[in-house]
Design a binder for this molecule. Structure first.
Ligand code: FMN
Length: 205
């Protein structure tokens, strides 16, 4: 079992990293491999809607997105943690996720997702909702905790004082470990849910 932990902060050792490291300790204890990938410090541009990925199976911009895509395909789950900027995930995380989810055609059904928003004071639940949209359009179950996953702090390291936020991070990781293990068993016993093919209706009439 393997999960990816995406750090969307430009800071390698900021509060987002701290929230993820709290989760990583739990994954280790639960026997789930966890690889942390720092994307927030990379120059990741947005999607240009060229649709070249539809033919090539990868993004036209050969950067971190194409590097992470095969790791995501092999993983059983993904945690995306972002600092909150103006009550949303930061721009780098959004560019990364738009292109990662749009450019990859492998089946994401039943890979477990978890979103984490890290902020000083406000906007975490809006950022959390936005991040979850990538999972819930992809047939991915979402691991949750006691609260809408947020950790609070301003200057790097301040989130260490948010005992409740960090307790929630540990709970999300425990629930996620349980889900990835349970889904692996369920896939073997029952197979994945059957998908329906159908035309797209674009609300033009
Ligand atoms: C451009 C920018 C916008 C921010 N907007 C918000 C915000 O809307 N709400 C908030 O509570 N904190 C906001 N913050 C503070 C960060 O979310 C906070 O410092 C967080 O701990 C940063 O995480 P990091 O250390 O992992 O980078 C903002 C910070 C920056 C740089």
């Amino acid at each position: 079992m393997k999960v990816l932990l995406i750090n969307g902060s430009p800071k390698a050792n900021g509060n987002t990293a701290l929230a993820l490291s709290e989760m990583a300790k739990v994954f280790e204890a639960e026997g789930v491999d966890a690889e942390t990938i720092h994307v927030g410090n990379k120059p990741i541009r947005g999607c240009i809607a060229c649709n070249s990925c539809a033919g090539k199976g990868k993004c036209v911009f050969d950067d971190m997105v194409n590097e992470v895509a095969p790791k995501f395909e092999a993983a059983d789950g993904i945690v995306v943690a972002s600092p909150v900027y103006y009550a949303g995930p930061n721009a780098t995380v959004m560019a990364f996720l738009d292109r990662l989810f749009y450019s990859t055609s492998f089946d994401k059904t039943m890979k477990v997702g978890a979103a984490v928003a890290v902020c000083r004071r406000g906007g975490s639940s809006a950022a959390f909702d936005r991040l979850n949209k990538y999972f819930t359009i992809s047939g991915m179950p979402v691991a949750s905790g006691y609260y809408w996953n947020s950790v609070h702090g301003m200057t790097p390291g301040e989130a260490a004082q948010d005992a409740e936020g960090l307790r929630n991070m540990r709970m999300v990781a425990r629930n996620m470990a349980f889900l990835v293990k349970s889904i692996a068993l369920g896939r073997e016993k029952y197979g994945l849910p059957v998908k329906e093919q159908g035309e797209m209706t674009n609300f033009i009439r």
